[in-house]
Design a binder for this molecule. Sequence first.
Ligand SMILES: [Ca+2]
Ligand SMILES: [Ca+2]
Ligand SMILES: [Ca+2]
Ligand SMILES: [Ca+2]
Length: 204
Amino acid sequence: MRTVRVLVLAVVFFASAAAPACADVVINEFMADPASDWSPSDGDDVYDSLDDEWIELMNAGGEAVDMTGWRLRDAVSDSSWKFGFSGTLGSGDIIVVYGNEAYIWEDVNGFTRNGLSLNNSGDTIELVRPDGSVAASVEYGSAVVRDDCSYGRMPDGGSQWALYDGLNPTTPPETGLVPTPGESNVGSPVEERTWGRIKALYRE
Ligand SMILES: [Ca+2]
Ligand SMILES: [Ca+2]
Ligand SMILES: [Ca+2]
Ligand SMILES: [Ca+2]
């Protein structure tokens, strides 16, 4: 009997140590300074500097995560809740929240109408679990904010970040890649090579 009890405790401990897949949902990409009509769901085909901001999340873990009750907030200007999630985000799945969707959520839930409020001078985006713990957080400065450029992980879910500046390139372009709301942060920076270098790559 004593042996059985010890075995049960060991199984429970192992299960709890392997469980926290929720830490794998990351802020994957965002656009703080849209200059075009990015939101596909506002139906107005009109550009609005707040409606068209967006934040992309990705489940970079191997398990589906129940996002019900998870919320987004920012830190600069106003730190009230900006959006609340419901439903499950599967492993590898990507979801985007646009500024106009944040307005709708704020209206329905009685919060101040701020949209996503991604300040162009810099801000902090936080993804918060139902118990109040912070699942993911990204702090950015004005250096990565540029018209129609997003700032995102490269590759998806990784620890490195890059400016997706294909629509408004810096000089020289940082990546030359276009922003990818709702899609994988695919692609690699365009690399200029001489013909001799290309031949050398294929030489035996
Ligand atoms: Ca903004
Ligand atoms: Ca719009
Ligand atoms: Ca803000
Ligand atoms: Ca993306």
